[in-house]
Design a protein around this ligand. Sequence first.
Ligand SMILES: NC(=O)C1=CN([C@@H]2O[C@H](COP(=O)(O)OP(=O)(O)OC[C@H]3O[C@@H](n4cnc5c(N)ncnc54)[C@H](OP(=O)(O)O)[C@@H]3O)[C@@H](O)[C@H]2O)C=CC1
Ligand SMILES: O=C[C@H](O)[C@@H](O)[C@@H](O)[C@H](O)C(=O)O
Length: 312
Amino acid sequence: MALADKRYKLNTGAEIPALGLGTWQSTPEETQRAVYHAIKVGYRHIDTALAYSNEVDVGKGIKAAIDDGLVKREDLFVTTKLWCVYANRVEEGLDTSLKALGLDYVDLYLVHWPVRMNENGNHPLFPKLPDGTRDIIHSHNHISTWKAMEKLPSTGKVKAVGVSNYSVPYLKALLAEASIVPAANQIENHPQLAQQEIVDFCQEKGILIEAYSPLGSTGSPLFTAEPVVEIAKKMGVSPATVLLSWHLARGSVVLAKSINPDRITANRELVDLDAEDVVLLQKYADDLKASGKSKRYVAPPFGVDMGFPDKW
Ligand SMILES: NC(=O)C1=CN([C@@H]2O[C@H](COP(=O)(O)OP(=O)(O)OC[C@H]3O[C@@H](n4cnc5c(N)ncnc54)[C@H](OP(=O)(O)O)[C@@H]3O)[C@@H](O)[C@H]2O)C=CC1
Ligand SMILES: O=C[C@H](O)[C@@H](O)[C@@H](O)[C@H](O)C(=O)O
């Protein structure tokens, strides 16, 4: 079996493909083609979110692939996420996503960020106050959102529920009151932001890590990181292969976004990294952290303390 077809087991018992196609910042036109191409070349896991405003197009890409006989719905693993303006209207958020996707269920539904934004604000997704800052409902307790998430699996509209952008303190607070342990925690993860404390905590609690922005997000800045270049050269593979493969070595899911067919195909080239190379990347990550030089590429201006050691 090719490494790109590797699967993990969630704490629900369901399987999840280790490699997923990311769709953040893919325009509607790009998304449909990217999703179709990805399925055609073997991806079985698609990651989207209500906030990406492309669920309709993800759905069209999936439908076209199913109609063309490339795949059946049950062979796909589809994830979407509850956006912050729906933090107190969880089932409504899910229904909105399912309608856009044209699906009866998603395989994984995540709380996108542990934050509530004003659902009656000046924008349907990104409301702002007159001073330009985000319109956040600071009195909201993220655990109430999780309590509503826990009711979803029994509706049949989601197979599993999880979180995203959860730090260790937030996870501890959630687990203290949870009756369902999140199946996954989707976080920014790459050698410049290893977030080892979250990875270790989640492993201990049976929460699968999904690594987002594995290439450093827009423009893939991690391609030039020194140890990545060095390992790629040694193995005769691309920097993308090294960066994506690192998460499989760590036992995590990896989500790679591309709208380019060749790059979507190329991102399936995963390898078993040598143990010494895994150590080299870990040392690079540890050294950056120790010198306060870890780099978070996705740091939206929520103005809320999310509990991460790096306060952006
Ligand atoms: N839960 C959350 O808050 C978040 C979730 N995510 C999820 O994770 C996914 C991945 O993260 P994302 O931030 O998109 O960034 P990635 O780290 O996947 O990087 C995407 C960038 O790399 C480029 N790229 C991709 N593959 C290659 C390649 N082989 N060679 C050269 N360039 C390449 C893409 O360009 P091009 O498209 O032109 O190929 C794009 O500019 C998201 O799409 C989303 O699904 C991401 C951020 C936050
Ligand atoms: O999933 C991707 C990211 O979390 C993205 O949804 C946010 O960064 C959003 O653009 C924001 O500005 O809050």
